[in-house]
Design a protein around this ligand. Structure first.
Ligand code: 1GP
Length: 250
């Protein structure tokens, strides 16, 4: 049960940690295998696997292949309780604290807990905060919740602090996959300066500079996913990793 502790240590040493999200709907077979190998060799710190709406039901085969070819920790970023596997090292045990839908606050968790225990994977208790980002995201639609306003940092700060006080290990500031706008760095700074637990930031981050600005604002973990749907962008992997690892930059 050391996956999260190890990731935090890596982030402390490197200035931040870079997590690459693989959506099982986007790649398969040798294309997926090649991508996993690139992610592992270009400086990422862990691989997340999941998505809020998996269309081809390919989660299990994807995670099997990722596990087989990954030298990095494999962490499930589940869209539902169906997305669990013994092939993973850990799972983000998400509570959608920005919303008030009880099923996503403490519903699926009860169903998933015994399964996670049986599978022997590490749960990482995560306060998941969805923010408005210009258009309706899959996560927002599927969870039937309202996102938090980015223009009211005090609301985000209060939610994040509540997550900390409830004993959660981290909070995830989420703009939604493919969001038009990532979470503003000023908001990241407000939240990170207010709480003591590490902060994950993801959604709509399209440039290494944007990733770096979130780390400079206090984020511990950066997640990108969508950017690599375009294979031409795979060459950016090492640039993103360098941008996140601010203590290693010359
Ligand atoms: C989505 O935060 C992740 O849940 C990553 O978002 O796909 O926009 O990089 P992107």
């Amino acid at each position: 049960m050391k996956v999260f502790e190890n990731l935090k240590s890596a982030a402390t040493k490197r200035g931040g940690a870079y997590l690459v999200l693989i959506d099982p709907d986007t790649r398969m077979g040798t294309e997926l295998q090649d991508f996993v190998e690139e992610v592992c060799t270009q400086g990422a710190d862990a691989i997340l696997v999941g998505g809020s709406l998996i269309l081809d039901a390919g989660f299990q085969s994807t995670i099997d292949l990722v596990r087989k070819h990954s030298s990095l920790p494999v962490i499930i970023f589940p869209g539902s309780v169906q997305q669990l596997s013994p092939q993973a090292d850990a799972v983000l045990y998400l509570s959608l604290i920005s919303g008030r839908n009880p099923y996503y606050l403490f519903g699926e968790h009860v169903i998933a807990a015994p399964v996670i225990r049986k599978l022997g994977i590490e749960p990482i208790s995560t306060g998941y905060m969805l923010f408005e980002s210009g258009r309706t995201t899959t996560a927002e639609f599927m969870s039937n919740t309202r996102p938090l306003p980015v223009s009211k940092p005090e609301i985000a700060m209060a939610h994040a602090l509540a997550a900390q006080y409830m004993g959660m290990q981290t909070v995830y500031l989420e703009a939604g996959s493919g969001a038009d706008r990532s979470i503003p760095s000023s908001l990241v700074q407000a939240v990170c300066g207010y709480i003591d637990i590490p902060v994950i930031v993801g959604g709509g981050i399209r440039t290494p500079d944007d990733a770096r600005s979130k780390i400079e604002a206090g984020a511990t973990f950066i997640v990108t996913g969508n950017i690599y749907d375009n294979s031409d962008n795979i060459k950016l992997l090492s640039e993103f990793a360098r941008a996140v690892h601010i203590k290693e930059s010359s």
